[in-house]
Design a protein around this ligand. Structure first.
Ligand code: PLP
Length: 386
């Protein structure tokens, strides 16, 4: 008989064997200053992560307030710069209040775990981000998945659910692996008819979509339509952290009860200072968004001309769905040899048979790099065809 001590190593070895057999073993590319590849895999949509003004604000903030926050927000970690950032985020999104979290993953866990329990019903788009699924699981709330972007399916599920249970509908604003957007107005209508609250995670829309870069919800849909808005700061805004925006009752409730808010050290104040600078740039340099959207249109037009399998995304996330993992790895390696880093996304991140390159565009790219990437994609396509 195997001893108990051997059981752990056996578990780890068998998980590793299975992952490798599926062609899904993951590697972390290690970047240094002299990274030779042009990045088409990140989420730095406006090119702010490398902007020296953010770095300066962060350094200055660290010098003034300390490298770390020293404690959680409810103890002595809540600095004036956090407070100012929350106000700016509330203004940007047209909400009465906003609450800063250390990461988007924690914001989603915080909201779902705090609001939901066994007696609530959660309805999630099938393609929602892992943190949303995990949050409902942590709350032990019965969760139903509706078909991707299918309002009729959602309505049917809501109708079948007992009226005496509070209902929360949850969706990504921009779907992180597909790049398509939720029908916010449609979801809001359905929720209003059914008396459900609506929560949108706009991690990839904030800074990119909306008239003011306020995302796919932002000021266009107020908190009566979208009760809970989550945005993240490590993507288009180029820094780190996340926030929940909504009315005072919601935010107060989270401050009192959200465990991922309460039991963690506050974000370093310098990071909040960098995000404030990112918000200034978002306001003062709308040309960054214009340039990004020109890149998106150019990429889609040329990729379609080459016959590449695009999705109907009009966001910076442009997946090329190739199907099987080995093919995705082959293309990604060829692209790396040509000088480009793209995401190679395989199950379990996406459903089986839908492995894909996840190509992301940024205002930091220039037209020459975009042309060269398209040329390299065309070479992959030809090699496959021959
Ligand atoms: C990236 C992402 C998150 C997590 O945000 P972090 O700040 O990186 O933890 C949450 N939701 C969605 C849809 C995301 O894409």
């Amino acid at each position: 008989m195997m001893s108990r001590a051997d059981l752990w190593s056996k578990r780890l070895a068998s998980a590793a064997t299975q992952r490798r057999a599926e062609g899904g073993w993951r590697q972390r590319p290690t970047l240094d200053e002299a990274d030779p590849l042009i990045d088409f895999a990140g989420n730095d949509y406006l090119g702010l992560a490398g902007d020296p003004r953010l770095a300066e604000a962060q350094a200055e903030g660290a010098k003034r307030f300390g490298a770390g926050a020293r404690a959680s927000h409810l103890v002595t970690g809540h600095h004036a710069v956090h407070e100012r950032l929350e106000q700016r985020l509330a203004e940007l999104t047209g909400r009465p209040r906003a609450l800063l979290f250390s990461t988007g993953y924690m914001a989603n866990l915080g909201v779902l775990q705090t609001l939901c329990d066994r007696h609530t019903r959660v309805f999630q788009d099938r393609l929602n981000h892992a943190s949303l699924l995990d949050g409902a699981r942590l709350a032990q709330a019965p969760s139903r998945r509706f078909h991707h972007r299918d309002l009729a399916d959602l309505e049917r599920l809501l109708e079948r659910t007992p009226q005496d249970a509070p209902a929360l509908v949850v969706s990504d604003g921009v779907f992180s692996m597909d790049g398509d957007t939720a029908d916010i107005a449609g979801l809001a209508d359905t929720c209003q008819r059914q008396g459900a609250w609506l929560m949108i995670d706009d991690a990839h829309g904030l800074g990119v979509l909306g008239e003011h870069g306020d995302g796919c919800v932002g000021r266009a849909h107020d908190q009566r339509q979208v009760t809970i808005l989550v945005g993240t700061l490590g993507k288009a805004l180029g820094s780190a952290g996340a926030f929940v925006a909504g009315d005072a009752a919601l935010i107060d409730h989270l401050v009192q009860f959200a465990r991922p808010y309460i039991y963690t050290t506050a974000q370093p104040p310098g990071v909040a200072a960098a995000t404030l600078t990112a918000l200034d740039i978002l306001e003062q340099e709308p040309e960054r968004r214009d340039r990004l959207h020109r890149h998106i249109a150019d990429f889609r037009r040329e990729a379609a001309r080459l016959g590449l399998p695009l999705t109907d995304s009009t966001t910076p996330i442009q997946p090329v769905v190739l199907g099987d993992s080995a093919r995705v790895m082959r293309w990604a390696e060829r692209l790396a040899r040509a000088g480009f880093r793209v995401g190679a996304i395989r199950p379990p991140t996406v459903p089986r048979g839908q492995a894909r390159l996840r190509i992301t565009l940024s205002a930091a790219h220039d037209a020459t790099a975009l042309d060269a990437l398209l040329g390299a994609l065309d070479a992959c396509r030809r090699e496959d065809a021959s």
